[in-house]
Write a protein that binds this ligand. Sequence first.
Ligand code: THU
Length: 156
Amino acid sequence: MEKQIVINYQEYNSLDELPEAMGLLVREAVEAAASAYAPYSGFHVGAALRLADGSVVRGSNQENAAYPSGLCAERTALFAASAQRADCRDYEALAIVGCNERGELCEASPCGACRQVMAEFEGRQGHAMRVVCYLDGGRVRVFGSVADLLPFSFQF
Ligand code: THU
């Protein structure tokens, strides 16, 4: 039997069109990109994770000369939040922004490994976490849950 998966997401034409809280989170991700350490790729990524208490934990990509030892912005933010804020492991939304060497914002879409980690964070808390991705041209794509980004994720 053939089956289909439907992926739901929203797109906004600019940051200004986003609901206020989401726009603020994207702006936090832009600021987070400034702390990236990305001398090898030149691609700076910022992530901003909003917790249920309204606080925001930032992450940025941290590279290493031994390439696989580095970490993406999304996982940096998620792991930092889990490690530092064990009192509030409830995550509402994660915004991601890319930034090139000229300082221009660019599209960011989470890699497969980050999606898997995000899926487990979402599974642990038992409710959806929104994922907000900055797109080229200043547009923004919003996924209502990680499950939309990674169907059939590995579960243990
Ligand atoms: N990167 C992220 O931090 N997040 C993404 O969503 C995609 C890629 C990083 C990893 C590496 O430091 C650089 O961007 C180029 O792949």
